[in-house]
Design a protein around this ligand. Structure first.
Ligand SMILES: O=C(O)[C@@H](CO)OP(=O)(O)O
Length: 249
């Protein structure tokens, strides 16, 4: 028997459209992003892929996307589980900065190392910085010493995979169709884990906003088809290309 795992990056956010590094800053979807989330519902309905349980991050762009996608396919009532472990990568002191300006200021190599290398962290964000979440009550359960102030993708893999192998895997093993509504980099971390992508090759993988990506997993939770299947492959390819080019003005 195969288990069904649907990955959904949130729809376009207010800061995606302004080309700003977002990370843990809790910005909402813009109108286009809400439309993408509703369209995700249509795609799920068309394939009769109706989630039994949803896992989201603690950030409203993922929570809002999950709600709109589930509402649109009459699954607004299913159990919801949330974890900071599904949050976007903490972008440290880059949070709030414009991507094109950052690339211009620091050069493409540094910009790409911060954005897509596996193990180069952006500079730390001060606890009292304008876009710091250090004292946000929603993260009170994370011991201070472990509360992120900047993360590379390797850090995201380290905090996300344990949640996948415990909570998400338990729902999959119980035969549930699972929706994970999360973020560009937390989903890159999950796809890296599922498809066993190398630390080098993951740099080239970008996840588009708002298009469900279906993985059918075998009993060992290995993908039956590597890379899964986007429910709208053409839009996904165009969306991934746009994410890759975000440093350009
Ligand atoms: O700004 C961010 O938090 C992420 C996702 O939007 O950006 P990037 O794709 O540059 O890692």
């Amino acid at each position: 028997m195969t288990a069904k795992l649907i990955l959904l990056r949130h729809g376009e956010s207010e800061w995606n459209s302004k080309n700003l590094f977002t990370g843990w800053v809790d910005v909402d979807l813009n109108e286009k992003g809400e439309g993408e989330a509703r369209h995700a519902a249509d795609l799920l309905k068309e394939e009769n892929l109706l989630p039994d349980v949803v896992h989201t991050s603690l950030l409203r762009r993922a929570i809002h996307t999950a709600y709109l996608a589930l509402d649109g396919c009459d699954r607004h009532w299913i159990p919801v589980r949330r974890s900071w472990r599904l949050n976007e990568r903490h972008y440290g002191a880059l949070q709030g900065l414009n991507k094109a300006e950052t690339k211009e200021k620091y050069g493409n190599d540094q910009f790409m190392a911060w954005r897509r290398s596996y193990d180069v962290r952006p500079p730390d964000l001060e606890h009292d910085g304008e876009y710091s979440q250090f004292n946000d009550p929603r993260y009170a359960d994370i011991p201070e010493a472990e509360r992120p102030v900047a993360e590379c993708l390797k850090d995201v893999v380290a905090r996300m995979v344990p949640y996948f192998t415990s909570d998400i895997a338990a729902d999959l093993a119980a035969g549930k169709t699972v929706l994970v509504a999360a973020h560009g980099n937390s989903l890159r971390a999950l796809v890296k884990h599922l498809d066993e992508i190398s630390d080098e090759d993951i740099a080239g993988l970008n996840i588009p906003t708002g298009i469900p990506l279906l993985y059918e997993l075998d009993d060992d939770l290995k993908p039956v088809t590597k890379g899964g299947r986007y429910l709208d492959p053409e839009a996904a390819a165009a969306g991934a290309k746009a994410v890759a080019n975000q440093g350009s003005k």
